[in-house]
Design a protein around this ligand. Structure first.
Ligand code: SME
Length: 151
């Protein structure tokens, strides 16, 4: 069973949307609710695409210096450049990894897409090695797909 209950988070986000909380609050709620699932979800970052840069618009967990990431750089920028979600079981094995801290061992990036357009991404850091199964990733994708509609 996955740790994350994507459907519950989507329902909460839809509720927030109905109350017209706005983009920033929706992204913040998504980050906080995903992280609230607990381990292996250590920190959650919502990077949104503005031209050729990913901008950190909301996060929950450890702070990061990487508030702007060019497309093509790091795991986050690679996801956009390739159009592929990134599930990095061991970040020490990735040459272009942009480290935020020394505790993070793995990273999952799920793109937020509206049709063929990439709007941004949910970037999750974990202190565990290779914790994100396909089932776990599918739960995160539910949240990403909901944000694509609500933003
Ligand atoms: N590790 C990411 C940078 C973002 S931080 O993890 C929040 C990367 O390699 O793109």
């Amino acid at each position: 069973m996955p740790v994350l209950e994507g459907d519950r988070i989507v329902a909460a986000l839809r509720g927030a949307f109905v109350h017209e909380v706005g983009r920033k609050a929706l992204l913040q709620q998504a980050a906080a609710r995903i992280r609230a699932a607990g381990s292996p979800y250590t920190s959650v970052y919502l990077y949104m695409l503005h031209g050729e840069e990913l901008i950190l618009e909301a996060f929950d967990g450890r702070e990061t210096d990487h508030t702007v990431i060019p497309v093509g750089r790091g795991v986050c920028g690679t996801a956009v450049a390739t159009g592929q979600d990134q599930n990095i079981g061991d970040v020490t094995a990735v040459a272009n990894y942009l480290a935020c801290n020394t505790f993070t061992r793995s990273e999952l990036v799920v793109l937020i897409r509206r049709g063929s357009t990439i709007l941004g991404q949910i970037d999750i850091d974990s202190d565990q090695v290779d914790p994100f199964t396909g089932a776990e990733e599918a739960e995160v994708k539910k949240v990403a797909d909901a944000l694509a509609v609500l933003l």
